[in-house]
Design a protein around this ligand. Sequence first.
Ligand code: ADP
Length: 491
Amino acid sequence: MSDHHRVLHVAAEVQPLIKTGGLADVAGALPDALHTLGEDVRILMPGYGGAIERARATARLDTIAEWPDARLLETRLPGGCRIWLYETAAFRRRAGNPYDDPQGVPWPDNAERFDEFARVATAIADDTLGLDWRPDIVHAHDWHTGMVPVHMQLARVPAATVFTIHNLAYQGLFPLATRHALGLPGWLDHWEALEFDGRMSFIKGGIGFADRVTTVSETYAREITTPAFGAGLEGLLAWRGADLVGIANGIDTHRWNPARDPALPAPYDADQPEGKREARSALLRETGLQAEETMPVIAYIGRLAEQKGVDLLVDALARIIAQPAVVIVLGSGDPVLRNALRRASKARPDRVYARFDFDEAFAHRIYGGADMLLMPSRFEPCGLSQLNAMRYGTIPIVRRTGGLAETVVDTDRTTLADGTATGFQFDADDADLLGETVQRACDCFAQPDTWRTLVDHAMRRNSGWARSAGAYRTLYRDTLNARHRYLPPYL
Ligand code: ADP
């Protein structure tokens, strides 16, 4: 068998065309990293209006016999990887994000849209659309593409399937009757197939029907086989045994590079870190915060959601700004958390700044200008923000869970001495402990030589994709050598 594979990635969001979170970062960067290793990789994503505009894509298929209202567009990622956008009215004409309307309510036709999308992926995998390309591997991401391995089994498409869980908390649950409405066979209603708690689960399609299941860190791969993290799917995940593997995410080190970041006032890197001071001053000017040099700028960038422990940050805020320190929050999400943060910034506009938006350029300016980044997540499949932060010399303060546990090394005498320290970790779901850990970080910040060493370690961490892309390639090879397809007795 050739050492190189033809791989079709299927994802609902792909950076730089559309992004709501880490999934887009991965779906944009991993294919390019595999392409660099010599794999023949294509990506299929939905053709949302905004993404089509940004892509400046050209039509690849003007008509598709089975879906007369659809078109397939084609463009390339910055790294050269070819990407197809499946355009239908249901994907194109929407404000809001790919999954929810502007009020945050899921679009009513999500099951239909993403099931159709999975059928298109299956047709491409079987080369029935006339693209003259047939993948060895179809690699689907998250619940939106959970039906891909199901349709591929139903249609007996020969390509092997890999399904990656980026976040088990989002499962794609619909009324059980949806299965019938989608024209799928009745046996899929069985608990050994797609039924979950009286509903139809798209993510069960991915977990149960793919040849291999991966998730985005080794720690999270272990955690999700337990009731505390398994969201009800721990039994199925544990049953998949060795077919479930964890491969930590990397980041796109071209896109996330303080030495060439147009969002920053001056370039810097580990060898010449001086530019970070300018980024910090610019950030303070932009936010109107008042911090002397001895006061750290502590940031939070991410979804305002329970998963992320933002409520712990709210509870610990008074203690954090008493350090003294200033706090910057950039996030969108939960209105209750938003209000609490808004109140805090109104009360202390000199110490707390909050912006409720999804703003990529501002995120870059914060990673550049901040001294510390908080991630008190209750669970974290991998987490990318801490990797971005370290690359920009911003020290992560994280809960020891999932990918955070294995990508950040807690600072103590030993890890400082051996050059492995990159951040601060704490263990429990506890605002006091978060406050104590921030205090520990601030004590370290007060020793400029020690802090410089820590920043240097963090910036030199290799967070690029090369190693993980290599691990995926090995997984593809193993999958093709030994298919572990779960065949329910009914098939
Ligand atoms: P998630 O659980 O949301 O996928 P990750 O840490 O894996 O969390 O990835 C989040 C990504 O989205 C990071 O690249 C982060 O910088 C970015 N991000 C999150 N919230 C915002 C925001 N409000 N504005 C800009 N970028 C954001």
